[in-house]
Design a protein around this ligand. Structure first.
Ligand SMILES: Nc1ncnc2c1ncn2[C@@H]1O[C@H](COP(=O)(O)OP(=O)(O)OP(=O)(O)O)[C@@H](O)[C@H]1O
Length: 243
């Protein structure tokens, strides 16, 4: 099956500084791909390229067979940014129903999405009164309403308690099993093991693009944090030998 996202030799500059340096990778369909790397490594920039809101210098980003940002992808690609992008002066349910009406679906879909993210009890609460983690989940609910083919989630589990994080990861896998492709960023390596596939980046360059099992095997450790470190050190040593 064709990859859902194909990124080829992507170069991006932000504020005149190179941020992504000729990066190539792919996201297989119907799976959860983790985009992991330290803060400032370029995860958000890469996701912005995938959803088509980032100006690129060179290279290409193809999403579901079309250039990223194509108008025909608008209803097929869901994007949840780090900052919650819902209306603070509306309740959770009002937000969800508003987005449902924009997508041309009924209130039932809105209520389903609220329940899916565990916010049924908070449906009548104003967004301003929600905790940070609840706001993030309310944003996720709104992105789920249109049942997108590709869901791009920027650090969706930040600020969530361990039980909820677990629930969210279970939900990501349930969505993938139902055919959705998920690209999920995190800077917490202990989430890497929950992904079907990993794209590890550092300083705008790919460190690894493989399954967690293959990354473990290649680095000789079960600890993915340690594996990341070993891959980075191996690359630095290689650069010293052949700069
Ligand atoms: N609007 C901007 N103008 C200039 N530089 C930017 C801008 N946004 C991001 N950058 C720079 O681009 C680089 C990559 O940032 P990006 O937000 O993609 O990283 P990230 O891996 O998502 O980080 P985090 O995990 O902290 O969200 C950083 O060095 C950042 O300072």
């Amino acid at each position: 099956m064709e990859n859902a996202v194909v990124i080829d030799e992507l170069v991006v500059t932000r504020g005149r500084r190179p941020v992504l340096h000729g990066l190539s990778c792919a996201v297989p369909p119907g799976s959860v791909t983790g985009l992991l790397g330290p803060s400032g490594s370029g995860k958000t920039t890469l996701m912005r390229c995938v959803v088509g809101v980032q100006k690129i210098r060179s290279g290409s980003v193809t999403v579901l067979g079309r250039p990223a940002g194509s108008p025909s992808l608008r209803h097929t690609v869901g994007y949840v940014t780090q900052a919650p992008s819902i209306y603070a002066d509306l309740t959770v349910r009002e937000n969800a129903r508003y987005f449902a009406s924009l997508y041309g679906v009924g209130p039932r879909e809105a209520d389903r999405a609220i329940a899916d993210v565990g916010l049924r009890q908070a449906g009548d609460q104003l967004v301003t009164t929600l905790s940070g983690g609840q706001r993030a989940r309310a944003s996720l609910a709104c992105a789920l309403i249109s049942r997108p083919g590709l869901l791009v989630l920027d650090e969706p589990t930040v600020g969530q308690d361990p039980v909820l994080r677990n629930d969210l990861w279970q939900q990501f896998h349930a969505l993938a099993e139902a055919g959705t492709t998920l690209l999920v960023s995190s800077h917490v390596m202990d989430e890497a093991g929950r992904c079907d596939r990993l794209i590890l980046i550092r300083d705008g360059r790919i460190v690894a693009d493989d399954t967690p099992a293959a990354v473990r095997a290649a680095t000789g450790t079960d600890d993915l944090d340690e594996a990341f470190l070993r891959l980075v050190l191996a690359r630095e040593n290689q650069e010293k030998v052949s700069p």
